[in-house]
Design a protein around this ligand. Structure first.
Ligand code: PPS
Length: 291
């Protein structure tokens, strides 16, 4: 396997840094051997793009708005990460349809995924806001390398020296797939702007008919302020020496455009130039392109 021990905090798998706290050679093996079924559903994200949000939304879409799982099961067991160590424990005997999340790039999905009819919702977010969110996350998560200053962290982020590598690689990789028809592209921004419409779009893609009342209930429950108080979703169950919410809460701001409060003009120009160059030749448009 193309996995090496990179540092105290990370494994390096096919060039991607993976935090050792939640990933191991065994968990990667499990993910590769995982038998994806046609009914399975994946929410795929680059870290800090809306993963936890999808762990709240997906079960509610699939069960018609029953709040029981989101109020009784921690998000990491409710909709587990395919590549993380807990997957083997919680996915082992779970029958399809299984809702899962993953940060894998397209080419590292399990072989059975490509031949299955499993559906994917790929959520992306303005990389400037991801960088800000990730900076605070590195400051509060003891299992990640210290972010350094914001300026130093931007360099790490842009060069892919963060978990799961470069944002541009991830996004381009998932736009260039052979699974047209079973992948839905969503943005964090459209979810913030109109969550009800976003949930409806996802439900339609998944073939789930939700009544207007259920749709309202799901959108309301998944609002940032409601998730922030849900102990099954706000990471307050994780010990403070692992995630220190006194440094920054996991559910931090939940907004778009917070980068404006963090980037200076030089950082903005540097960041935009690099992202623009790496996205050259792609045809897809994002809501933040013209900002
Ligand atoms: S991780 O570590 O990859 O699982 O992180 P992830 O869950 O992908 O991203 C965390 C950011 O998503 C925000 N979030 C939300 N925003 C709006 N509404 C809701 N309901 C919501 N749930 C999670 C979370 O606050 C993090 O973003 P920031 O900008 O840091 O607030």
């Amino acid at each position: 396997m193309a996995t090496t021990d990179h540092s105290t905090n990370y494994l390096c798998h096919h060039g991607l840094l993976l935090p050792k706290l939640a990933h191991s050679e065994e968990s990667i093996q499990f993910s590769m051997a995982f038998e994806v079924q046609d009914e399975d559903i994946f929410a795929v994200t680059y870290p800090k793009s809306g993963t936890t949000w999808m762990q709240e939304i997906l079960p509610l879409i699939l069960n018609g708005g029953d709040l029981t799982p989101v109020q009784t099961i921690p998000n990491w067991d409710r909709v587990p990460w395919l590549e993380e160590t807990r997957a083997a424990l919680v996915l082992g005997d779970r029958p399809p349809p299984r809702a899962m999340v993953s940060h894998w790039p397209y080419h590292l999905m399990p072989p059975s995924f490509y031949t299955s009819k499993a559906k994917v919702i790929y959520v992306t977010r303005n990389p400037k806001d991801i960088a800000v969110s990730s900076f605070y996350f590195h400051g509060m998560a003891s299992f990640l390398d210290d972010p350094g200053t914001f300026d130093q962290f931007l360099d790490k982020f842009l060069s892919g020296q963060v978990m799961f590598g470069k944002w541009t690689d991830h996004v381009k990789n998932w736009r260039n797939t052979d699974i047209e028809g079973r992948i839905l592209y969503m943005t964090y921004e459209e979810m913030v702007q109109d969550l009800r419409a976003a949930v409806l779009r996802m439900a339609q893609f998944l073939g789930q008919e939700l009544s207007p009342d259920v749709l309202e209930k799901v959108a309301n429950h998944c609002q940032f302020n409601n998730m922030k108080t849900n102990i099954m979703s706000n990471y307050s169950l994780v010990p403070q020496d692992v995630l220190d919410s006194s440094k920054s809460p996991f559910l931090r701001k939940g907004t778009t455009g917070d980068w404006r409060n963090h980037f200076n003009a030089e950082q903005e120009a540097r960041f935009s130039a690099i992202i623009k160059k790496e996205m050259e030749g792609t045809s897809f448009k994002f809501p933040w392109d013209d900002e």
